[in-house]
Design a protein around this ligand. Structure first.
Ligand SMILES: Nc1ncnc2c1ncn2[C@@H]1O[C@H](COP(=O)(O)OP(=O)(O)OP(=O)(O)O)[C@@H](O)[C@H]1O
Length: 275
């Protein structure tokens, strides 16, 4: 493994269209005692259109904070975030967010109504809403459950509704914050395959947060490893060249898994490592 300095981490070569760019992004929070804490530090990255970037790192390293800034839910303290070349100043329809928890669904609306909701806000006609919602319901395998309420669904089904709802609005970038973390292993594996296939078919750009190395290796074409404070956030990057659909039980997978494991376990060495 070679350590190498990288002034700007890049999931995109210069000639590829850039969907998302973070330039020296930092975020401070203030503790209840007034102490200022920098939780995101000097994040530089580029994500190409159609790319699948996983941000991997231990609990508390600032993954969700970074995603929230890209989503426009939080402001940066330092640096800039650009989506499609335009600065992010708040949430926008070109970014669709899938959360870890199913509380993002409206419990009083059916599966179809939940998916139609965002389309209604956008002023899309009733017939078109119905058509789009039903197409996505089918894509995520919920046709038998169209008229059920979230309370009548399993955790995996609810996450599928969230994914369908976001994809039905046709955002350019999908921002996913540990969307499968609360699911059992079997459902999680199944949904990873499903998501990977959906994203490849639709050509969506994805920023996906996880602390699960296997999940990152199943999904991403590019992985960045974040470290906890006080170091600079990004400590390593990996371009994953395994073909899709991926198999967990092969030698390359195991090798990359071990490299990432080492990287997460090891103290930060001061320059970004290319794995
Ligand atoms: N609103 C806030 N005010 C103060 N500190 C915060 C706030 N939100 C997050 N933090 C702190 O910022 C740090 C990073 O939190 P963040 O949720 O981004 O980490 P994470 O890597 O996503 O963790 P996890 O994997 O556990 O979700 C943590 O130490 C957390 O306590």
């Amino acid at each position: 493994m070679t350590a190498m300095a990288s002034p700007s981490l890049s999931a995109a070569s210069e000639e590829q269209e850039i969907a998302l760019e973070c330039r020296n992004v930092g975020k401070d929070y203030f503790r209840h005692n007034g102490e200022r804490v920098r939780v995101v530090r000097e994040v530089d990255l580029k994500l190409r259109k159609g790319g699948f970037l996983c941000v991997l790192g231990p609990s508390g390293c600032g993954k969700t904070t970074l995603l929230n800034m890209v989503a426009g839910f939080e402001q940066t303290t330092e640096g800039d975030i650009l989506v499609g070349g335009k600065p992010v100043n708040g949430p926008g329809p070109e970014r669709g967010v899938v959360f870890q928890s199913d509380t993002a669904l409206f419990p009083w609306l059916t599966v179809r109504e939940n998916i139609e909701y965002g389309l209604r806000i956008k002023g899309i006609s009733k017939a078109e809403r119905r058509k789009r919602a039903d197409e996505w319901i089918e894509q995520v395998g919920l046709t038998q459950h169209t008229s059920k309420f979230p309370g009548e669904l399993s955790g995996g089904m609810k996450q599928r509704v969230q994914i369908a709802r976001v994809l039905a609005s046709d955002p350019e970038i999908l921002l996913m914050d540990e969307p499968f973390a609360a699911l059992d292993a079997q459902t999680r594996n199944y949904l990873q395959q499903e998501l990977s296939e959906l994203c490849r078919k639709s050509g969506k750009t994805v920023l996906f947060i996880t602390h699960d190395i296997q999940e990152a290796l199943m999904l991403a074409d590019h992985i960045i490893v974040m470290a906890r404070a006080p170091e600079k956030n990004i400590k390593a990057e990996l371009h994953v060249q395994m073909p899709y659909p991926r198999q967990r039980m092969n030698e390359t997978f195991a090798k990359l898994y071990n490299r990432l494991m080492d990287e997460i376990d090891n103290p930060f060495k001061g320059s970004v490592r290319s794995l």
